[in-house]
Design a protein. Structure first.
Length: 216
């Protein structure tokens, strides 16, 4: 079973932009892999179009985007035309083909015994996940969604902003945090180190709750 902090599985697979070796494709970037149980499904159609429109925001954060659907890349190409017609934007990022379910199983989205062409609706429902992967190729976030609930990719951008702040400045973000709001010094940072990193000081309603303005 995969957990946050595990190395993301490596694989080679065909995509709508040619063959991809996953770790090599990530390089030194952040990455978002988001998966789909089948082509020509209604909720997923809206999601793929939304991500295409938001891709400049992912690019600005240095995040590479890749989709996955457990059908062939030829089917993905046909689906892309529907996505553009109905959502106003075609996918502008690679979508992995996974007709043999290899990648879905590697990422623990399907049981090992799942057989291509013999999946049930319950099996399909597991392949609705998002993985955010850091430049160290470690999994930073995993979320799985039900078939009937479209993913909120603006929320995922907010989470990426939070994780990138943590990686750069050793701070955490409080509940409902938005860009520009106060943040919290990580509990793992002792006061002596915090004084060097945050010379302006901090507010501490409790010793473990040290609040500072968001670092630039």
């Amino acid at each position: 079973m995969l957990r946050i902090g595990d190395e993301a599985p490596d694989f080679r697979a065909e995509s709508t932009e040619g063959p991809i070796a996953f770790h090599e494709w990530i390089g030194g970037h952040w990455a978002m892999l988001f998966s789909h149980p089948k082509d020509f499904t209604p909720v997923c159609t809206t999601e793929l179009g939304a991500v295409a429109k938001l891709k400049p925001e992912f690019d600005r954060r240095g995040v590479k985007v890749i989709g996955l659907s457990v059908d062939s890349t030829e089917e993905h190409t046909r689906w892309a035309r529907d996505i553009e017609d109905t959502q106003g934007a075609a996918p502008n990022y690679p979508i992995l083909g996974d007709p043999d379910l290899k990648v879905a199983k590697l990422f623990d989205m399907l049981p090992a015994e799942a057989v291509p062409g013999k999946r049930t609706p319950a099996d399909n429902a597991t392949v609705r996940s998002v993985f955010i992967i850091g430049p160290d190729r470690k999994i930073k976030l995993m979320i799985s969604y039900p078939m009937t609930t479209g993913r909120n990719f603006e929320e995922l951008l907010r989470v990426i902003d939070s994780m990138q702040l943590t990686a750069k400045h050793k701070v955490a973000t409080p509940v409902n945090w938005k860009q520009g709001e106060n943040v919290i010094i990580l509990a793992s940072v002792p006061d002596a180190e915090a004084k060097l990193q945050f010379p302006g000081g901090w507010k501490a309603p409790r010793p473990y709750l040290r609040i500072v303005p968001q670092p630039k």
